[in-house]
Design a protein around this ligand. Sequence first.
Ligand SMILES: N[C@@H](CCC(=O)N[C@@H](CS)C(=O)NCC(=O)O)C(=O)O
Length: 199
Amino acid sequence: MLTLIHKPMSRSASIRWLLEELGVPYETKAVTIKGPDGSGARDPSNPHPHGKVPALVHDGHVVFETPAIALYLTDLYPEAKLGPKVGDSARGAYLSWLAYRTGVMEPAFLERRLGLKHIYGMMGWAAPEEVEEALNTHLAGKDYFLGQTFSAADIVVGGGINFMMMFKLMNETPLLKDYCARITDRPAFKRAMELDAGK
Ligand SMILES: N[C@@H](CCC(=O)N[C@@H](CS)C(=O)NCC(=O)O)C(=O)O
């Protein structure tokens, strides 16, 4: 059994979206988390080492960190074709973009949000304007991160782009706007959002 440790409308919504894309049975376990305004508290029953969401429990095994959960699930259900298998020529790009979400993209835009100065050679991520340029350059002429095929990289990175543009952390470009419209038009995305909204 798959259990998503979840808080609606948080980062774990992207894993719910992925589970809906996969079309596999899963349950959600709602937990409380600490909020940025000091509200909320860690749920002692959350197996994530820092009490964050998402976490996934699969037959008693805990997986945490969004890219790791996405990779775990797309490897577990290869028939859904949401992530290239080991040996596939697109596998390297897939892994790289999954890692990019939390290793580069998120820290860069948090740096912008907090008004921090980018320090080259020290910060392990790129400056926000360079991330924007890289994303726009990579997606030019493509429908999805891996080219013409939708994959979980579009949920993990694309979902992040959608969120960051919505909250004005990332500059909107016609290309990114079109891309986000394409990925959020998917029935699984709409289902996940409706479920999160309690509909
Ligand atoms: N790097 C983690 C970040 C997870 C994360 O920070 N989630 C937020 C919710 S959007 C959270 O649980 N915050 C509670 C806390 O920081 O204690 C991932 O991508 O899975």
